[in-house]
Design a protein around this ligand. Structure first.
Ligand SMILES: C[S@@+](CC[C@H](N)C(=O)[O-])C[C@H]1O[C@@H](n2cnc3c(N)ncnc32)[C@H](O)[C@@H]1O
Length: 375
């Protein structure tokens, strides 16, 4: 059989390439025509892994003629989330960081060849914004059919809570495999997993509570870079009195690179009660944000390296050997492939920041595979 021409893909707000990895994982025959990101360092990481450097400019300065010149038929977009986050001021389209995406929304009708498929990722909260209303109006007026999802890696067996909003759009005459979901906001991954017949079609009945799904997640342990370092992760400053401070493993740890992942005693004392602490055997951890490692509260989970079953009630946080997840472990929870690497010169904080801005490849690959499937 003759091989069909690859889909020509544009990746807007490419960051460290989460969308690209997702499309690769979905097995779509695609050619990445161009990626766009304003962040120099994100582009370094992208280039390090994919060999090509994204266009390093402001997306807001693109014209319809620029976009037409790529002759692309698929656009993947993960615009900045800050205008729509619950923690932010929720200025929506009034936030300057929303303007480049609003510009794209304006440009689509002005292109001579609008994309055939569009995929947008953002935070939960986007779906109630005025930017969202503008996007849906534009898509409808330009003959796109849309389906929207809010999904989390937890629903795909990954022990990681990162619910995100997704909009999938196809320009007519293209249509979705499950047309019953047109114009719906779906909170259930079943249609993506080919379980369409299990769905109760129509209205709110689709909106099942994601956390109530009978999904068994793998234990966090399988995502750890250093699972065997559990006891060694007792930092010198936090060692329980009964453990010898001169033990070889501890010396090695304290002098070695692992030291940087140990949560300092001062932070434990100050923020202990606000920390989200998980264990290797836990089947859930919290969303890692771009501020992980800079701030403790609400930025991601910390790992207690003392097994919970060996921990008696009186043992304190100080004794629980708290450490940060390493960037590789965060990448694993984001389902990034093993080959993904940061350039040597990137700092820990930079790595966490870039990962925190990225996405779950497990979730997005599944959505993209559904987007590209035919009825
Ligand atoms: C939410 S992150 C997307 C991350 C990406 N999906 C990934 O996997 O890493 C948003 C990205 O958009 C970039 N960005 C924000 N505003 C931009 C603009 N006006 N022009 C170009 N890039 C922009 C940021 O540098 C950031 O990398």
């Amino acid at each position: 059989m003759e091989q069909e021409a690859p889909w020509r893909v544009l990746e807007f707000y490419s960051g460290i390439g989460g969308m690209r990895y997702s499309l690769m994982k979905a097995g779509v025959n695609a050619q990445f025509v161009e990626a766009f990101d304003i962040n120099d360092l994100a582009n370094d990481v992208y280039q390090h892994n994919f060999g090509s450097r994204p266009y390093q400019g402001n997306i807001q300065n693109l014209s319809a003629a620029d976009l037409d010149s790529y002759k692309a038929n698929v656009w993947l977009l993960s615009p900045p989330c800050q205008p729509y986050t619950r923690q932010g001021l929720q200025k929506h389209s009034g936030d300057a960081r929303a303007s480049s995406f609003l510009k794209i929304i304006d440009l689509i009708p002005q292109t001579s060849q609008p994309p055939l498929m569009l995929f947008v990722e953002n935070v939960v909260g986007f779906e109630t914004s005025d930017t969202h209303s503008k996007m849906l109006d534009m898509l409808e007026q330009n003959h796109f059919t849309t389906q929207e999802f809010i999904l989390s890696p937890l629903q795909f067996g990954v022990p990681y809570s990162r619910p995100r909003y997704f909009c999938l759009a196809k320009r007519k005459p293209l249509s979705f495999r499950n047309m019953a979901l047109n114009k719906q906001l779906v909170l259930d991954p079943s249609p993506l997993l080919g379980h369409d017949k299990d769905m109760i079609s129509g209205g709110d009945q689709l909106r099942r509570n994601s956390d109530n799904l009978p999904i068994t997640c793998e234990a966090i342990e399988s995502f750890l870079e250093y699972p065997s370092f559990s006891n060694a992760f007792n930092p010198e400053s936090c060692l329980p009195a009964h453990i010898s401070r001169s033990s070889e493993a501890v010396d090695e740890l304290v002098s070695g690179t692992l030291n940087q992942y140990i949560v300092p005693l001062s932070l434990i004392e100050r923020w202990g009660s606000a920390m989200d602490i998980v264990f290797p055997e836990s089947t859930r951890c919290c969303c890692f944000t771009k501020s992980y490692y800079r701030y403790v509260k609400g930025t991601g989970s910390l790992l207690s390296t003392v097994q919970s079953q060996t921990k008696d009630k009186t043992s304190s946080l100080v004794e629980s050997g708290l450490r940060y997840f390493t960037p590789r472990e965060v990448a694993n929870l984001h389902s990034f492939p093993k080959e993904f690497q940061f350039p040597e010169y990137t700092s820990l904080r930079q790595r966490y920041a870039l990962l925190g801005n990225s996405l779950s490849v497990a979730v997005v690959a599944s959505l993209l595979s559904y987007l590209f499937s035919e009825p």
